[in-house]
Design a protein around this ligand. Sequence first.
Ligand code: CDP
Ligand code: MG
Length: 147
Amino acid sequence: MLKPDAIQRAIAAEILARFERRGLRFAALRMLTVDPTMAAKHYAVHKGKFFYDDLVKTITASPVIAAVLEGPNAIAVVRSMVGGTRPHEAAEGSIRGDYALVGLRNLVHASDAPETAEAEIKLWFPEGIISYIRDIDRWMSEDKAPS
Ligand code: CDP
Ligand code: MG
């Protein structure tokens, strides 16, 4: 999910382009304003933490872009492209390491495991995602030589 700061700073398309260029395939894309109920569901795992209220306020403040990205090792690839939670510790070359300064303005939310990805996809895309293959996918996704 591109958080409100990504859109307000007009770098949303640039961030999405990084994922696309890496080889990941969009399986769903949606722009919306998050209401507090959805924010509470999305961030349920953080309830009770010191930053929880700020997190909910921040993600509901302005529209976001939710996306589902598919590809081999998509979760690990996206997490590594996004970089560490605290931007001042995020690797240079990562999205947070290149574009962000502080934790509440770290631009992107990325699912951290298959289980959270599944729950988050259901939450943000109740109508489902779109399954398709691009012709170029075999040039990026096939990890074996043709027999
Ligand atoms: O987003 P990520 O998975 O890297 O971090 P998280 O531990 O799941 O925390 C969710 C979000 O809460 C972060 O992306 C930050 O925006 C915020 N956060 C914060 O502001 N201060 C912290 N010490 C930890 C998290
Ligand atoms: Mg997280």
